[in-house]
Ligand binder design. Sequence first.
Ligand code: UT7
Length: 412
Amino acid sequence: MRTWSVGGMAIPERVLSNDDLSGFVDTSDEWIRTRTGIRERRMAGERESTATLGLRAAQMALDVANVSPQDVGLIIVATSTADYVFPSTASLIQGWLGATHAGAFDLSAACTGFVYAMEMASQSVRAGGVDVALVIGAETMTRVLDWGDRNTCVLFGDGAGAVVLRASDVPGGVLSCVLGSDGSGADLLAIPNGYKPHAHPSVNGAHKLSMDGRGVYRFASRIIGDSVAETLAKAGLRIDDVSLIVPHQANQRIIDAAARQLKVPVDRFFSNLDRYGNTSAASIPIALCEAVDQGRIRPSDYVVLVGFGGGLTWGAMALQWPEELPPEMGEWSLRRRRVFYTLMRWRERLLRLWWRIQVIVLGTAAPGTELEPGDAARPRRLPRLRMPRFLQRPREPAALPPGPEPGEGRED
Ligand code: UT7
């Protein structure tokens, strides 16, 4: 079983240049450009979030792939800046897309998240569990930055990218993947949760990103080359077979070091970090999308995606871009799709209202209304109205099994 993949992207309109930053933090355009290669980054507007950016990227990816949201069986969102701990960003996007047959979850592997998510999705497709998977990397990093910390606030930006993976008999798709993690480097790059009792006291306020830049730099400069070489060996490819390497976009100097280690010209690596900065899990799918748009990836090309980041985590994936891409959607199909999305947004709003009405009118499920044989075959029917509580016969509470005595089972 093979897979094919095509993608979409979304970036906020608001641009934050290096000069804008030097207006409120002690830095300069010259320092940021020479040390990182970044010139500007995008910043989500008030009405934008990780989920809305992810939604736009997902819609574009589905349009490019000419796939209906209702054919999607799995949605994975790689993110470190989810709108909520739960519901997952993936579930929000699933509802807005009207992807009514999809399972959905978020995946946390920091900047490597997109490679991890691609591997999980491609394995699901290969195993036959789903036909179509939607993989999204989406971030609003500017919401977790300490804007007084020049070591970090100049590096990151917001955006989203998405890829559709589909089972196919046409040559192409995911060829190999290596994933790795080293928890001993956990302190090098972190966004603590506000409610964690053991959050590091040096973190100024909850949820803000902290980073040991030099530590991450040393790790990143080595791990890109190592993991690309490993995944190529697994796929039976040589570095010269590869048309383009799409790395996580963190620092141009890291990309240059990786090119030196792999002994390839640096233009074999795609780079757009000068315009977007580091968009964490979104950086690889955004770069992939732009690379395709710019004609840097052609049918049948071998491409390597490589990511690294918090955890520490890393991952590299070898792909063969499909020989044949799906036919483009016509003007009318695209319009119909837009109408469908509008209807789905309204459907979703009405369903949210319906949840509330159900609770007000029907209350919670009463004892004695357990599923009866055959109910599972009618999962979509509305819950039955039941007798008012004061008319119901009170039930004896079920006896609990005896629990352990205090201290029992502990090994001091
Ligand atoms: O997704 C993965 C996320 N993270 C990364 O990939 C980050 C990897 N690390 C890096 O990219 C680099 O380490 C940085 C760009 C973060 C820093 O570059 P560096 O060449 O390692 O600089 P440094 O940390 O060694 O700092 C050099 C100097 C320091 O001043 P002193 O101590 O030498 O007086 C810093 O205080 O530069 C200073 N500095 C700045 N100066 C102006 C640090 N940040 C800034 C700044 N503007 N924004």
